[in-house]
Design a protein around this ligand. Structure first.
Ligand code: ADP
Ligand code: ADP
Length: 225
Protein backbone atom coordinates (compact mmCIF):
# COMPACT_ATOMS: atom_id res chain seq x y z
CA UNK A 1 0.00 0.00 0.00
CA UNK A 2 1.14 3.52 -0.75
CA UNK A 3 1.28 5.66 2.40
CA UNK A 4 2.86 8.76 0.86
CA UNK A 5 2.70 10.17 -2.61
CA UNK A 6 4.98 13.10 -3.37
CA UNK A 7 3.23 14.32 -6.49
CA UNK A 8 5.75 16.36 -8.51
CA UNK A 9 6.70 18.68 -5.68
CA UNK A 10 8.95 21.69 -6.22
CA UNK A 11 10.39 24.04 -3.61
CA UNK A 12 12.40 27.15 -4.40
CA UNK A 13 14.27 29.56 -2.15
CA UNK A 14 14.83 32.61 -4.33
CA UNK A 15 16.74 31.34 -7.32
CA UNK A 16 17.69 28.05 -5.66
CA UNK A 17 15.55 25.10 -6.68
CA UNK A 18 15.89 23.01 -3.52
CA UNK A 19 13.52 20.28 -4.71
CA UNK A 20 12.76 19.89 -8.39
CA UNK A 21 9.53 18.15 -9.46
CA UNK A 22 10.13 15.27 -7.10
CA UNK A 23 7.72 12.46 -7.83
CA UNK A 24 7.75 9.33 -5.72
CA UNK A 25 5.73 6.98 -3.59
CA UNK A 26 6.54 5.49 -0.21
CA UNK A 27 5.03 2.17 0.79
CA UNK A 28 3.50 1.53 4.21
CA UNK A 29 6.03 -0.12 6.51
CA UNK A 30 8.97 0.84 4.34
CA UNK A 31 12.30 2.18 5.60
CA UNK A 32 13.20 4.74 2.95
CA UNK A 33 16.43 6.69 3.09
CA UNK A 34 17.18 9.90 1.25
CA UNK A 35 20.92 9.91 0.64
CA UNK A 36 22.97 12.69 -0.87
CA UNK A 37 25.46 15.48 -0.28
CA UNK A 38 24.75 18.62 1.70
CA UNK A 39 22.44 20.94 -0.20
CA UNK A 40 20.79 18.30 -2.43
CA UNK A 41 17.32 18.88 -0.97
CA UNK A 42 17.00 16.14 1.66
CA UNK A 43 15.99 18.33 4.60
CA UNK A 44 13.66 20.43 2.48
CA UNK A 45 11.83 17.29 1.37
CA UNK A 46 11.59 16.06 4.95
CA UNK A 47 10.38 19.45 6.13
CA UNK A 48 7.68 19.47 3.46
CA UNK A 49 6.55 16.01 4.59
CA UNK A 50 6.42 17.28 8.15
CA UNK A 51 4.48 20.40 7.24
CA UNK A 52 7.26 22.85 8.13
CA UNK A 53 7.54 24.00 4.51
CA UNK A 54 4.90 24.10 1.80
CA UNK A 55 5.80 23.13 -1.77
CA UNK A 56 5.52 25.82 -4.42
CA UNK A 57 4.13 23.25 -6.81
CA UNK A 58 2.77 19.75 -6.54
CA UNK A 59 0.89 17.86 -3.84
CA UNK A 60 1.68 15.74 -0.83
CA UNK A 61 -0.78 12.90 -0.30
CA UNK A 62 -0.63 11.07 3.03
CA UNK A 63 -2.75 7.96 3.54
CA UNK A 64 -5.01 9.02 0.69
CA UNK A 65 -5.49 12.59 1.92
CA UNK A 66 -4.06 15.72 0.36
CA UNK A 67 -2.14 17.36 3.23
CA UNK A 68 -0.16 19.84 1.11
CA UNK A 69 -0.99 23.03 3.04
CA UNK A 70 -1.64 21.46 6.44
CA UNK A 71 0.44 22.47 9.46
CA UNK A 72 2.53 19.88 11.35
CA UNK A 73 0.02 19.37 14.16
CA UNK A 74 -2.71 18.52 11.67
CA UNK A 75 -0.99 15.67 9.91
CA UNK A 76 -0.26 12.23 11.25
CA UNK A 77 3.51 12.56 11.09
CA UNK A 78 6.24 12.85 13.72
CA UNK A 79 9.85 13.84 13.60
CA UNK A 80 13.14 12.89 15.29
CA UNK A 81 15.75 15.62 15.18
CA UNK A 82 19.53 15.37 15.08
CA UNK A 83 19.91 17.08 18.45
CA UNK A 84 16.91 15.09 19.82
CA UNK A 85 15.29 18.32 21.07
CA UNK A 86 14.28 16.65 24.34
CA UNK A 87 12.80 18.89 27.02
CA UNK A 88 15.69 19.20 29.50
CA UNK A 89 13.54 20.06 32.53
CA UNK A 90 11.20 17.10 32.01
CA UNK A 91 11.82 13.48 32.95
CA UNK A 92 12.11 10.73 30.36
CA UNK A 93 8.50 9.68 31.02
CA UNK A 94 7.24 13.25 30.71
CA UNK A 95 9.13 13.66 27.46
CA UNK A 96 7.55 10.51 26.04
CA UNK A 97 4.10 11.49 27.31
CA UNK A 98 4.25 14.98 25.81
CA UNK A 99 2.52 14.24 22.49
CA UNK A 100 -0.11 12.13 24.23
CA UNK A 101 -1.00 14.96 26.60
CA UNK A 102 -1.42 17.26 23.59
CA UNK A 103 -3.80 14.74 22.10
CA UNK A 104 -5.89 14.82 25.27
CA UNK A 105 -5.41 11.16 26.20
CA UNK A 106 -6.49 10.09 29.68
CA UNK A 107 -3.91 9.71 32.46
CA UNK A 108 -4.37 5.93 32.41
CA UNK A 109 -3.84 5.72 28.66
CA UNK A 110 -0.78 7.96 28.88
CA UNK A 111 0.78 5.87 31.67
CA UNK A 112 0.09 2.61 29.85
CA UNK A 113 1.54 3.81 26.55
CA UNK A 114 4.56 5.43 28.23
CA UNK A 115 5.31 2.24 30.16
CA UNK A 116 4.99 0.20 27.00
CA UNK A 117 7.47 2.42 25.17
CA UNK A 118 9.95 2.47 28.07
CA UNK A 119 9.93 -1.33 27.94
CA UNK A 120 10.06 -1.52 24.20
CA UNK A 121 13.06 0.79 23.95
CA UNK A 122 14.90 -0.73 26.90
CA UNK A 123 14.50 2.35 29.05
CA UNK A 124 12.71 0.69 31.98
CA UNK A 125 14.12 2.14 35.17
CA UNK A 126 15.07 5.40 33.46
CA UNK A 127 11.61 6.99 33.39
CA UNK A 128 12.31 9.38 36.26
CA UNK A 129 15.67 10.61 35.02
CA UNK A 130 16.17 13.83 33.12
CA UNK A 131 17.84 13.77 29.68
CA UNK A 132 21.17 15.02 31.06
CA UNK A 133 21.35 11.89 33.23
CA UNK A 134 21.35 9.65 30.16
CA UNK A 135 23.91 8.44 27.64
CA UNK A 136 23.77 9.57 24.01
CA UNK A 137 22.25 6.28 22.89
CA UNK A 138 19.59 6.45 25.60
CA UNK A 139 18.68 10.02 24.66
CA UNK A 140 18.30 8.88 21.09
CA UNK A 141 15.90 6.17 22.20
CA UNK A 142 13.87 8.64 24.29
CA UNK A 143 13.54 10.88 21.24
CA UNK A 144 12.37 7.87 19.26
CA UNK A 145 9.92 6.82 21.99
CA UNK A 146 8.48 10.33 22.12
CA UNK A 147 8.01 10.36 18.36
CA UNK A 148 6.42 6.89 18.32
CA UNK A 149 4.10 7.55 21.28
CA UNK A 150 1.11 9.04 19.41
CA UNK A 151 1.36 6.23 16.82
CA UNK A 152 2.00 8.42 13.77
CA UNK A 153 1.56 7.08 10.24
CA UNK A 154 4.99 8.28 9.25
CA UNK A 155 8.19 8.95 11.17
CA UNK A 156 10.67 11.49 9.82
CA UNK A 157 14.30 11.17 10.92
CA UNK A 158 16.69 13.97 10.02
CA UNK A 159 20.25 12.62 10.52
CA UNK A 160 19.22 11.40 13.98
CA UNK A 161 22.53 9.61 14.58
CA UNK A 162 24.71 12.60 13.82
CA UNK A 163 25.42 13.36 17.47
CA UNK A 164 26.62 9.83 18.33
CA UNK A 165 30.24 8.67 18.28
CA UNK A 166 31.22 6.09 15.66
CA UNK A 167 30.92 2.98 17.83
CA UNK A 168 27.54 3.86 19.30
CA UNK A 169 26.36 4.92 15.89
CA UNK A 170 26.96 1.46 14.44
CA UNK A 171 25.03 -0.09 17.32
CA UNK A 172 22.12 2.34 17.08
CA UNK A 173 21.87 1.75 13.31
CA UNK A 174 21.10 -1.89 13.98
CA UNK A 175 18.70 -1.04 16.81
CA UNK A 176 16.86 1.53 14.76
CA UNK A 177 16.28 -0.90 11.91
CA UNK A 178 15.11 -3.50 14.43
CA UNK A 179 12.67 -1.02 15.99
CA UNK A 180 11.34 -0.06 12.58
CA UNK A 181 10.72 -3.72 11.72
CA UNK A 182 9.05 -4.50 15.03
CA UNK A 183 6.72 -1.49 14.88
CA UNK A 184 5.97 -1.89 11.18
CA UNK A 185 6.10 1.92 10.94
CA UNK A 186 7.06 3.81 7.83
CA UNK A 187 10.39 5.56 8.35
CA UNK A 188 11.64 8.39 6.16
CA UNK A 189 15.30 8.78 6.99
CA UNK A 190 17.68 11.46 5.77
CA UNK A 191 21.46 11.12 5.78
CA UNK A 192 24.64 11.91 3.87
CA UNK A 193 26.25 8.72 5.26
CA UNK A 194 26.27 5.87 2.76
CA UNK A 195 27.03 3.16 5.35
CA UNK A 196 24.07 4.25 7.41
CA UNK A 197 21.82 4.08 4.36
CA UNK A 198 23.13 0.63 3.38
CA UNK A 199 22.70 -0.84 6.86
CA UNK A 200 19.15 0.25 7.49
CA UNK A 201 17.17 0.91 4.35
CA UNK A 202 14.65 -1.13 2.43
CA UNK A 203 15.07 1.44 -0.31
CA UNK A 204 17.60 4.18 -0.90
CA UNK A 205 16.77 7.30 -2.88
CA UNK A 206 19.94 9.03 -4.02
CA UNK A 207 19.33 12.75 -4.41
CA UNK A 208 21.32 15.27 -6.37
CA UNK A 209 20.44 18.93 -6.90
CA UNK A 210 16.82 18.46 -5.88
CA UNK A 211 16.21 15.43 -8.08
CA UNK A 212 16.29 11.68 -7.73
CA UNK A 213 19.49 10.42 -9.26
CA UNK A 214 18.96 6.72 -8.50
CA UNK A 215 16.63 4.65 -6.37
CA UNK A 216 16.55 1.04 -5.32
CA UNK A 217 17.34 -1.48 -2.61
CA UNK A 218 20.86 -1.37 -1.14
CA UNK A 219 21.67 -4.48 -3.22
CA UNK A 220 20.35 -2.87 -6.42
CA UNK A 221 22.44 0.23 -5.92
CA UNK A 222 25.71 -1.04 -4.55
CA UNK A 223 26.22 -4.76 -4.94
CA UNK A 224 25.24 -5.47 -8.52
CA UNK A 225 27.37 -4.72 -11.59
P1 ADP B 1 20.25 19.00 2.41
O1 ADP B 1 19.30 18.67 3.49
O2 ADP B 1 20.34 17.93 1.38
O3 ADP B 1 21.59 19.43 2.90
P2 ADP B 1 18.56 21.29 2.02
O4 ADP B 1 17.23 20.73 1.71
O5 ADP B 1 18.81 21.78 3.40
O6 ADP B 1 19.66 20.24 1.58
O7 ADP B 1 18.86 22.48 1.02
C1 ADP B 1 18.64 22.40 -0.38
C2 ADP B 1 19.00 23.73 -0.99
O8 ADP B 1 18.06 24.71 -0.57
C3 ADP B 1 20.37 24.27 -0.58
O9 ADP B 1 20.89 24.97 -1.67
C4 ADP B 1 20.04 25.20 0.59
O10 ADP B 1 21.02 26.20 0.72
C5 ADP B 1 18.70 25.76 0.15
N1 ADP B 1 17.84 26.12 1.29
C6 ADP B 1 17.29 25.26 2.18
N2 ADP B 1 16.55 25.92 3.08
C7 ADP B 1 16.63 27.22 2.75
C8 ADP B 1 16.07 28.42 3.30
N3 ADP B 1 15.27 28.39 4.37
N4 ADP B 1 16.38 29.58 2.69
C9 ADP B 1 17.17 29.60 1.61
N5 ADP B 1 17.72 28.53 1.04
C10 ADP B 1 17.46 27.35 1.59
P1 ADP C 1 20.98 20.28 6.98
O1 ADP C 1 22.21 20.11 7.80
O2 ADP C 1 19.87 19.36 7.34
O3 ADP C 1 21.21 20.36 5.51
P2 ADP C 1 21.15 23.05 7.41
O4 ADP C 1 21.99 23.06 8.64
O5 ADP C 1 21.74 23.26 6.06
O6 ADP C 1 20.36 21.67 7.39
O7 ADP C 1 19.95 24.03 7.59
C1 ADP C 1 19.30 24.19 8.80
C2 ADP C 1 18.20 25.22 8.63
O8 ADP C 1 18.63 26.34 7.86
C3 ADP C 1 16.98 24.68 7.88
O9 ADP C 1 15.83 25.22 8.49
C4 ADP C 1 17.12 25.19 6.47
O10 ADP C 1 15.84 25.39 5.87
C5 ADP C 1 17.84 26.51 6.70
N1 ADP C 1 18.74 26.81 5.57
C6 ADP C 1 19.51 25.94 4.88
N2 ADP C 1 20.19 26.55 3.93
C7 ADP C 1 19.85 27.86 4.00
C8 ADP C 1 20.22 29.01 3.27
N3 ADP C 1 21.05 28.96 2.23
N4 ADP C 1 19.69 30.18 3.64
C9 ADP C 1 18.84 30.25 4.66
N5 ADP C 1 18.43 29.20 5.39
C10 ADP C 1 18.93 28.01 5.06
Amino acid sequence: DTIVHLDKITKRFGKTVAVDRLDMEIMAGEFVTFLGPSGCGKSTTLRMLGGFETPDEGRIVLAGEDVTGRPPNRRDVNMVFQDYALFPHMTVSQNIAFGLELKGKTRAEIDRRTGELLDFLQLSGFGDRTPEQLSGGQRQRVALARALAPDPKLLLLDEPLGALDAKLRAQVQVELKEIQKRTGKTFFFVTHDQDEALTMSDRIVVMNAGRVEQAGTPEDLYFRP
